[in-house]
Write a protein that binds this ligand. Structure first.
Ligand SMILES: [Fe+2]
Length: 147
């Protein structure tokens, strides 16, 4: 599904692998785990809305996802600050880059520019899983003392 009318014939119709939470994603902090699970649910919801083909609903869930991501990053960064996490700046930069991409996506959708929503879902699900497994796991030990 593309944001603009018409679908590229190269794009599969039902492309989406759903995000399943696994124990390996746990950073052993109740708040962060809860928020990560909620982000998984939101990405799944985006995928469902893309499958149903309802663009206004797709936009609405992406807006909710963007808002929630801002809140989550704020909470996660506050915990890293409290724990005195050494790689805070790098982690904040990674968060800022993702937010920039999501805001660019919101802008494109708001202006009815062509967007491959299949690629967006892949990007979001890959980003979230990889970010948790690599970047978030890196602070797991550091935040343990304040969890
Ligand atoms: Fe993070």
């Amino acid at each position: 599904m593309q944001a603009k009318a018409g679908r590229s014939s190269r794009e599969p119709r039902i492309p989406v692998a759903y995000m399943d939470w696994k124990a390996e994603y746990s950073v052993e902090n109740a708040l962060i785990d809860k928020q990560h699970k909620a982000l998984f649910d939101l990405v799944n919801e985006v995928a469902e809305k893309v499958k149903s083909g309802n663009l206004p609903e797709v936009k609405s869930v992406i807006n909710r996802l963007a808002t929630y991501t801002v809140e989550h990053f704020k909470d996660e960064e506050a915990i890293m600050i409290k724990a005195g996490y050494a790689n805070l700046e790098d982690h904040e930069m990674i968060h800022a880059e993702l937010l920039e991409k999501v805001q660019e996506l919101q802008h494109k959708l708001a202006n009815n520019q062509a967007v491959s929503l299949v690629a967006v879902i892949r990007f979001l699900s890959d980003w979230l899983k990889e970010h948790i497994l690599k970047d978030d796991m890196a602070y797991k030990a550091a935040i343990k003392k304040i969890s």
